[in-house]
Design a protein around this ligand. Structure first.
Ligand SMILES: Cc1cc2nc3c(=O)[nH]c(=O)nc-3n(C[C@H](O)[C@H](O)[C@H](O)COP(=O)(O)OP(=O)(O)OC[C@H]3O[C@@H](n4cnc5c(N)ncnc54)[C@H](O)[C@@H]3O)c2cc1C
Length: 577
């Protein structure tokens, strides 16, 4: 059953598992656990329902980037001033809606490098997380469907690498653009930018067609793929939304070890608190900000830090809220000799209206497809790069990229204003193996107060130098023969490294991939959860979301998170078999 008010949740209900957060990972776990009809599952979500007011923003693919920040779908977090980005406070979106960030993200689906999974397995001391072992879960997650425009996708991906009967819908670009052939031509002309027939093979290096979590003209999220189908078809799963978990309650002790199977929740700061207890486990899937915040509020965290906000530590766990890592992003633009479909729509007005009309009339067109890019490219720094010799190689291995390029047939921006006229070409640069690490800490013991978020974006020399390298690679890409009659000039005039650093300090931002704030490590002084994702020195509590990853995967993380959550559900099932 579905409840939207804590007071309506029947008090007599007994739950085997309580999943906190109906987000990307949480919904996978909830769905898979509810496959066992003997178990009763409760999912508690702070945010709103995924239908209703303005839901076109989270359904119509092209409008996805408008779903946050500053909307009812978003937590509307902001960082504290970021030193390397001119001390700016940067908006840091997180989904506040069924599906969590999978309902508000940009839908890019990349499995990332096999080295990332193998590295995870090594750190966790469990090779079940390694690429070879976890790959079946990638197929279990995915259902590849034809692109929305019905174009022939032969040669644009390797079908044998993709799932065909999982719940999550993925597809190749549903709207072809005037730069697609040029991007592909570069891969034929310039050995620096080779073609990769499918970035989901475990080796993402090169330029590939992009996959998105889109089925037909609609976003596919963990709410539409996992949560709603389970709640609608099974009687053993309850969903409570509009209810924020305010802390975990210690429900007893196992010997000297505290047991945390109780969950307290409320609708708002001043409203009544309610509580419910799981008989088996509480699964914390509140995301890279919500999960450490809840652990801290519950007395699980660095003892000294907790006492500063008046919380007594139950478990002194030094890594809670530490190791926050994210991918910095920097778009650059050129003027273009083109009548691209993107810029007029981005400027709003008539073109946007016409696009929306076409969408509702036909289910096709620019609005029905992802606007981010039709291709994605991942690269490593050269082996003899001075950046690597000075800083070491932070990537997880030879198929894990250091930086990413994505190509926009229009003025791609996250914070820059779009010029009022003209046509543009953009390349988005992302450092995907960053070394900067930040923190999330409590501002107060009020669970409704936003935590202090400090990702320290671009703080390290490695990250800044890699970004410079990426921008240089973008400039070479745009200067290639295939773009000769297309790119007409620089919009961003970046000549020296200092120009790039200055531009970076002004315009770099987050790609919105926070990770590792409750990371896996077999050593409790180094990590928050063990290789089976159980919170160290506590019973009854597991973490399944981006916070648990020991590091950030080098690519877009939703696919790795879905795959990881699919396996996590099996780990939980095995523990209670
Ligand atoms: C705007 C944006 C664009 C992105 N673009 C991409 C992309 O194109 N491709 C990609 O791969 N990744 C992208 N990402 C990142 C990706 O979506 C996330 O890494 C991933 O969805 C995180 O999954 P999660 O399960 O850890 O957390 P989430 O999906 O965020 O789920 C956490 C859930 O817990 C809920 N919650 C939090 N605290 C509480 C509480 N106290 N009580 C109850 N519920 C709570 C939240 O409301 C949320 O529903 C993007 C993210 C954003 C925000």
């Amino acid at each position: 059953a579905i409840y939207n008010d804590p007071s309506k949740l029947p008090t007599g209900n007994k739950y085997d598992f309580i999943v906190i957060g109906a987000g990307t990972a949480g919904n996978v776990v909830a769905n898979r656990l509810s496959e066992n009809p003997k178990w009763k599952i409760l999912v508690i979500e702070a945010g709103r329902y995924n239908e209703g007011f303005q839901d076109e923003l989270i359904k119509i693919p092209f409008l996805g980037p408008q779903a946050s920040p500053g909307t009812s779908f978003d937590w509307n977090y902001t960082t504290i001033p970021q030193d390397a980005i001119n001390n700016q406070n940067i908006p840091f979106p997180r989904g506040y809606v069924l599906g969590g960030s999978s309902s508000t993200n940009y839908m890019v689906y990349t499995r990332c490098s096999k080295n990332d999974y193998d590295h995870f397995g090594e750190i966790a001391g469990d090779d079940g997380w390694s690429w070879d072992k976890i790959l079946p879960y990638a197929f279990k997650n995915e259902k590849h469907v034809p692109p929305n425009d019905g174009h022939d996708e032969t040669g644009q991906y390797l079908p044998e690498l993709h799932g065909t009967d999982g719940p999550l819908l993925t597809s190749l670009p549903g709207f072809l653009t005037d730069i697609d052939d040029r991007v592909l031509a570069v891969t034929q002309q310039d050995p620096e930018f080779p073609y990769n027939p499918d970035y989901d093979s475990g080796n993402p290096i090169g330029v590939s067609w992009m996959h998105s979590t889109i089925g037909g003209p609609l976003r596919s999220s963990s709410a539409t793929a996992y949560l709603i189908p389970a709640v609608e078809s099974r009687s053993n799963i309850d969903l409570l939304y509009n209810a924020q978990v305010t802390r975990l309650i210690q429900s007893g002790k196992a010997g000297t070890v505290p047991v945390f199977r109780g969950v307290e929740f409320a609708r708002s700061s001043r409203s009544k608190r309610y509580a419910v207890t799981a008989t088996k486990e509480v699964v914390l899937s509140a995301g890279a900000f919500g999960t450490p915040q809840l652990l801290l509020l519950s007395g699980i965290g660095p003892k000294d830090e907790l006492s500063q906000v008046g919380i007594q530590a139950v478990v002194d766990s030094p890594q809670v809220g530490k190791n926050l890592v994210d991918h910095p992003l920097l778009p650059i633009q050129w003027t273009a000799n083109s009548n691209n479909t993107m810029d007029p729509i981005l400027r709003g007005g008539d073109a946007l209206e016409a696009g929306i009309q076409e969408y509702y009339d036909t289910g096709k067109g620019r609005l029905a497809a992802n606007g981010v890019s039709n291709h994605m490219a991942f690269f490593r720094l050269p082996d003899d790069s001075p950046i690597l010799s000075a800083n070491g190689d932070p990537s997880s291995g030879g198929t894990a990229p250091h930086y990413e390029l994505a190509f926009g047939n229009g003025f791609f921006t996250t914070s820059q204003p779009i010029p009022e006229s003209g046509s543009y070409f953009s390349i988005i640069n992302v450092v995907v193996s960053p070394t900067s690490r930040g923190t999330i800490t409590l501002a107060s013991k009020d669970p409704f107060a936003h935590p202090i978020i400090d990702p320290r974006l671009l703080e390290t020399e490695f990250d800044r130098q890699t970004m410079i390298y990426s921008v240089r690679a973008s400039q070479r890409f745009a200067a290639s023969q295939a773009f000769d009659d297309y790119v007409t000039g620089n919009y961003t005039n970046l000549i020296t490294d200092d120009d790039i650093l200055e531009y970076m300090a002004q315009w770099a931002t987050t790609i919105k991939h926070p990770f590792s704030t409750a990371r896996v490590n077999t050593d409790p002084s180094q990590g928050v959860v063990d290789g089976q994702l159980l919170v160290h020195n506590v019973r009854g509590l597991r973490v399944v979301d981006a916070s648990a990853w020991p590091f950030i995967p080098a690519g877009h993380p939703q696919a790795p998170l879905y795959i990881f959550a699919e396996r996590a559900a099996d780990v939980i099932k095995a523990a209670w078999a």
